[in-house]
Ligand binder design. Structure first.
Ligand code: SF4
Length: 258
């Protein structure tokens, strides 16, 4: 199954798509479509320079930046990202075809009892709460959005089971708007590299990254963090010897000095 939403042109036509980038719109700003710009501190300027170099190097290392969850339609990404909590993407990608075979669209999932959904998604863990959220979310899409996924960050965030990470993922991958997805890879790598200083709380990491990452680069960079976090900068033992960022990474440089 091909990843990405390129197979759903009808829904893509309803979005601002890349126009949002040209207009400098952001996903998480308090006012829709605007992000207040404040002068960067000296440290933030240094981190911005670092971020730009990281972006360029990871682009070369991972030319294709895409979501590792399989989906064809926007609502399916909402389902997958909920299932992915404390579960591997590979496991989610095994389960979702079974779910969509039985419930092929938003209306079918909205009409299903949470227990019917739970029966299928149980192998992803936390089956009851995930099924409950998916059911509630699909009912909102069905009742309020004509079976479509809403296009603003605020509306996405208001959906059952959707947090900032998921809302950003949808904004970036589905609607082509600026997004920063602060998952565990992003948070870990940003702290190791030195893009943030000992910040673990996702919303705080996101806020710091918005200051230093060009909006149009955020979504792809976060996907590349996932690729790099799996291939090289693995959680327990980062492979700094083999890393393209070693000479500019805060942690990597300490390993060169050893
Ligand atoms: S140099 Fe090491 S710690 Fe830094 S990003 Fe690369 S693997 Fe991770």
């Amino acid at each position: 199954m091909k990843k990405g939403l390129k197979k759903e042109p009808a829904e893509m036509k309803t979005t601002a798509g890349k126009k949002g980038l040209a207009a400098g719109k952001t996903a998480a700003g308090k006012k829709k479509g605007t992000r207040k710009k404040t002068a960067l501190t000296k440290n933030e300027k240094i981190r911005k320079e670092l971020a730009l170099e990281v972006i360029e190097r990871l682009k070369k290392e991972y030319p294709i930046a895409e979501c590792t969850l399989d989906y064809e339609k926007a609502w399916q990404l909402l389902v997958s990202v909920r299932l992915a909590a404390q579960c591997t993407d590979a496991r989610v990608d095994q389960i979702t075809p079974l779910l969509y075979e039985k419930f092929p669209d938003v209306a079918a999932l909205a009409a299903a009892e949470p227990e019917e959904i739970e029966e299928i998604v149980r192998p992803c863990g936390l089956g009851r709460s995930k099924a409950r959220d998916i059911s509630a979310c699909m009912r909102v899409l069905h009742d309020q959005y004509d079976d479509h996924v809403p296009e603003t960050f605020e509306e996405l965030l208001a959906l059952p089971g959707v947090g900032r990470k998921s809302a950003n993922l949808i904004m970036g991958d589905v609607f082509g708007k600026p997004a920063i997805v602060t998952d565990t890879h992003c948070i870990r790598l940003c702290n190791l590299i030195g893009l943030v200083d000992n910040i673990k709380e996702p919303a705080k990491v996101e806020r710091e990254l918005w200051k230093i990452i060009p909006p149009e680069e955020g979504n792809d960079l976060c996907h590349r963090f996932v690729h790099h976090g799996r291939a090289v900068c693995v959680a327990r033992r980062p492979q700094c010897d083999a890393c393209c960022l070693r000479d500019i990474c805060r942690h990597g440089r300490t390993t060169m000095e050893e």
